[in-house]
Design a protein around this ligand. Structure first.
Ligand code: ADP
Ligand code: MG
Length: 459
């Protein structure tokens, strides 16, 4: 793991050689010739490791060590010393230095010691996060009864071989739950393969799923294995399963029933051992009624269903998640964890979160990017979330553009209108649709379009 390392030595050659070596190992390094500027740097920014000479003219090494401990208790110190003064290195260890090296420095030895420290720090960081977020199940965070129930269901369902359908609005964690199911279950040694059925054309989706033989169609230059094969002995996650075109629905049904298929343009039957997890943000039963989704496939997929509640129906999780996202992000940036001001908490709790956990995660990331203060205030939250200042969104959108992109402008306004309506109706989609004067199905489609996932990359 890459660390931030400060090298302190009055001997320029040693210092530069040390720094150079550590840079080669991929670390971010600063080097200074005496302890006074070093202490200033330590006060300003977090450092993982200080490598310091013990004998320097301006300040005694042990006194320096003492000052480092005062400024940054969590920074590890490696002292460097000559043969003649090993005794002082031992003394330094007693006073909290992590390790020592004897001159002339063996660079391999140096990297081993630094790696060891970095590995331990990574572990400690994870533990700190865990302690900060005790309400979790693997990567999933939540303390609401609804999420606790989801955790219990995952525990039970992970080892089931049966096909499973995860339902939930966009951003409720369908992806993360699918991955957790895989990792907790007996297939964790095998691959986890994901494909989103929404972004691909019918032809591409078919060959992505089934694979193809060379020459099966124009452009199929060589044979290619599909996702069914790639997921052998593992889990295949079919995201946005409602978007599969009708004729592929038939083919998928066959695979689900027989665990056998042929590649596009191929004759050989291939057998696979795959667990299928499907996900949808739509109401599949309604799609079946409308004739847009095959009933037989629906029953095959919906053997076991897991519903993820929208964030507005589990308000106990909002601040917990917000805090975890802040902590994780701040940690990644090497910054101290900021707190949320009481006003910011109130705003977060009041908002309807149509984009669910993903929207909350983005809001926290944005707040950290905007503010380096130890407290995140309501002003650091997106205007969509704080409400009221609906002009701001438009103004910001206009200010950053040389030409007026009507589409982006309108999307911003639409997002705010929908957010407002959902807030007014306590999150009821049908009432919000009434307020906005649009059919409920339109609202659901607009929600998906405006708050949905970033366009998935074509695999
Ligand atoms: N319960 C949760 N705990 C922690 N992070 C979560 C949770 N639910 C969702 N997330 C995070 O929110 C984002 C959106 O989740 P995702 O699984 O992609 O949602 P979906 O697939 O339902 O649109 C991801 O970054 C995910 O890691
Ligand atoms: Mg998803």
């Amino acid at each position: 793991m890459r660390g931030r390392i400060l090298v302190v030595d009055d001997d320029r050659l040693t210092r530069v050689a040390l720094a150079h070596q550590l840079v080669l190992e991929g670390h971010e390094v600063r080097d200074v010739g005496n302890p006074v500027p070093a202490l200033e740097l330590l006060a300003e920014e977090p450092w993982d490791v200080v490598v310091t000479d013990l004998r320097m003219p301006t300040m005694d090494g042990l006194a320096f060590l003492h000052r480092i401990r005062e400024t940054r208790l969590d920074t590890a110190v490696i002292v460097v010393t000559g043969h003649a003064t090993v005794q002082s290195a031992v003394e330094a260890m007693k006073r909290g230095a992590e390790d020592y090296l004897i001159k002339p420095i063996d660079f391999d030895e140096l990297s081993v010691r630094v790696d060891k420290i970095m590995a331990r720090r990574t572990l400690e960081r994870e533990l700190r996060l865990l302690r900060r977020c005790p309400d979790r199940y693997h990567a999933l965070v939540g303390r609401s009864p609804a999420m606790r129930h989801v955790f219990e269901r995952i525990e039970v369902l992970a080892d089931h071989g049966s096909t499973l359908l995860i339902r939930g609005e966009t951003g409720t964690g369908k992806d993360l739950v699918a991955r957790t199911l895989h990792h907790v279950g007996g297939r964790s040694g095998g691959p986890f393969v994901k494909i989103s059925c929404a972004v691909l054309s019918r032809e591409v989706l078919e060959s992505e799923l089934f694979g193809h033989e060379a020459g099966a169609f124009t452009g199929a230059l060589r044979q290619r294995r599909g996702r069914f094969e790639l997921a052998h002995r593992g889990t295949l996650f079919l995201d946005e399963v409602d978007d599969i075109p009708p004729d592929l629905q038939v083919k998928l049904l066959q695979v689900l029933e027989e665990r056998r298929f042929e590649r596009v343009g191929g004759e050989r039957t291939i057998e696979v051992d795959v667990r299928f997890i499907c996900a949808t943000k739509r109401d599949l039963a309604a799609l079946v009624k409308e004739g847009r989704f095959r009933e037989d496939l629906y029953y095959r997929i919906n053997v076991v269903a897991l519903a993820l509640p929208p964030l507005r129906e589990r308000r106990e999780d909002i601040l917990l998640l917000a805090d975890c996202f802040l902590a994780a992000r701040a940690d990644a940036l090497g910054r101290a964890h900021p707190e949320l001001s009481p006003e910011a908490c109130r705003v977060l709790l009041d908002y309807a979160w149509p984009g669910n956990v993903r929207e909350l995660e983005n809001a926290m990331e944005r707040a950290l990017a905007l503010s380096s203060a130890p407290v995140i205030t309501a002003d650091d939250l997106p205007p969509t979330v704080t409400g009221g200042e609906s002009k701001n969104g438009c103004e910001a959108c206009l200010a950053t553009r040389d030409s007026l992109e009507l589409k982006a402008f309108l999307a911003g306004a639409e997002r705010e209108a929908i957010g407002w309506a959902l807030k007014r109706t306590g999150g009821s989609q049908s009432k919000a649709a009434q307020l906005l004067g649009i059919p409920r199905t339109t609202l659901r489609d607009r929600l998906a379009a405006l708050f949905g996932e970033e366009p998935a990359t074509t695999p």
